[in-house]
Design a binder for this molecule. Structure first.
Ligand code: FDA
Length: 388
């Protein structure tokens, strides 16, 4: 192989490494991805019937308080002033999320002041005394039974396909309740959506003479040239695929939740009046509906058509896309064993969501790739430091 570096995976982690190595160090970089498009889970595409941008792997909202990451991403795209807000339907009524003073007052048919609402929640939460034994008890100890039953129980059961009484208390550490009417979902310094879409942004990162992207190339497929057997030990590798797969699942499978998406074009100019509507009732199988036109109110969209996507959550089986780490105690044990193996793998660095078995938001994946570049790759290529 003639490249100086092979990157497995063209998500934000891989693209950030590729950009820095090509533009900053002048290296020749080969990226491979097993999918037929670049960009990993942040990839979006234009729906041919409506012209509306659809996020293929679920809604992606960009937000960060990391100044360096914000300046870095602005090299490749500008952002709209979009601010994310979420609502939830519960028993035929719509409430604002995250739980805030508006949610509580609507739920209680009351006009509580912040202090009154705080006192009411504390009184409900005091019903659980002692160490919570499961997720349900933990949630009740944080926000009380009425709010838990309405807004957390059904949604959580659908997300995990498990009764919350059978889920560990450690799955949640806090359930934020805001005692104001502020229902902005994120509280980061910077927030917005890429003005001309995610894919334009992702393509600009890869658009450099020294960067070659090869799609539909699986690192473990020995019939394509950039495979594990041919490259490891010959060319430095940054691997952003699943860490257990790299080691042939030697310590067992790490468990993931996956999502199923059902996309539909509807003959209306507006289906739900907002980008994301959660569904808290257990008898509705999906967890939420995305309506993509609302992510870009500044764009022209058809007046009589809209695209919606229903999201269903379940445990991932063999062949499913891994989305969120489940992180059971067994997973954590296995992860430690894989980290040990990874440390012994000379000239291969493991990064990103799948390579570290960690849920990472986009800004975290980008920030973590910038750190890997600063701390490992630049010293190796510039100064001849060891790569481990
Ligand atoms: P990513 O998964 O994007 O890329 C890894 C790439 O490696 C994939 O393209 C894959 O095909 C490739 N690959 C794997 N194995 C391979 C192999 N053997 N050979 C070749 N290629 C291989 N973040 C955020 O900030 N705001 C948000 O709103 C959301 N929303 C969101 C929704 C959902 C449903 C998910 C799952 C995730 C989000 N995210 C998010 C997180 C965001 O998607 C995440 O931060 C980035 O995808 C991380 O980028 P990575 O490059 O680490 O992984």
């Amino acid at each position: 192989m003639t490249a100086d570096l092979l990157i497995v995976g063209s998500g934000f982690f891989g693209l950030t490494i590729a950009d820095r190595c090509a533009r900053e160090l002048g290296l020749k970089v080969q990226i491979i991805d097993r999918r037929d498009h670049l960009g990993g889970n942040a990839y979006s595409e234009i729906d041919p019937e409506t012209g509306i941008e659809v996020h293929r792997y679920g809604a992606h909202l960009f937000h960060t308080s990391n100044q360096r990451v914000w300046e870095y991403v602005n090299r490749f795209t500008t952002f709209t002033p979009y601010q994310h807000r979420v609502y939830t339907t519960y028993r035929g009524e719509v409430f604002p999320l995250p739980i805030n003073l508006g949610t509580i007052n609507q739920f209680q048919r009351a006009a509580y002041s912040p202090d009154e609402a705080r006192a009411w929640v504390a009184e409900q939460a005091a019903m659980i005394t002692g160490e919570p034994a499961n997720l349900e008890e933990k949630a009740i100890s944080l926000i009380g039974e009425p709010l838990y039953e309405a807004f957390i129980k059904g949604y959580t059961a659908k997300q995990w396909q498990t009764d919350p009484r059978e889920l560990g208390a450690d799955i949640i550490s806090r359930l934020p309740v805001r005692y104001t009417y502020d229902n902005r979902y994120f509280s980061d310094t910077y927030e917005g959506l890429p003005t001309d879409g995610y894919t334009a942004w992702l393509e600009r990162m890869a658009d450099h003479d020294n960067i070659t992207v090869t799609l539909e190339a699986d690192f473990f497929d020995e019939t394509q040239p950039f495979n594990k057997k041919a490259c490891v030990g010959v060319t430095p590798v940054v691997y952003t695929g699943p860490v257990d797969r790299y080691f042939d699942h030697a310590h067992g499978d790490l468990s993931w939740r996956t999502l199923d998406f059902e996309t539909e074009v509807l003959a209306t100019g507006d289906f739900q009046g907002t980008p994301v509507m959660n569904y808290a009732d257990p008898d509705i199988a999906y967890t939420r509906i995305h309506e993509f036109r609302h992510f870009h109110p500044e764009r022209e969209h058809p007046a009589d058509k809209t695209v919606i996507m229903r999201e269903f959550s379940r445990f991932a089986g063999t062949g499913d896309e891994p989305y969120y780490p489940v992180n059971t105690p067994q997973d954590r044990e296995r992860l430690l064993a894989y980290r040990e193996l990874a440390r012994g793998e000379k000239n291969v660095l493991f990064g990103g969501r799948l390579g570290t078995y960690q849920y990472l938001d986009m800004h975290m994946a980008i920030g973590s790739a910038l750190s890997m570049f600063d701390n490992k790759l630049a010293p190796y290529f510039r100064d001849g430091a060891a790569l481990d």
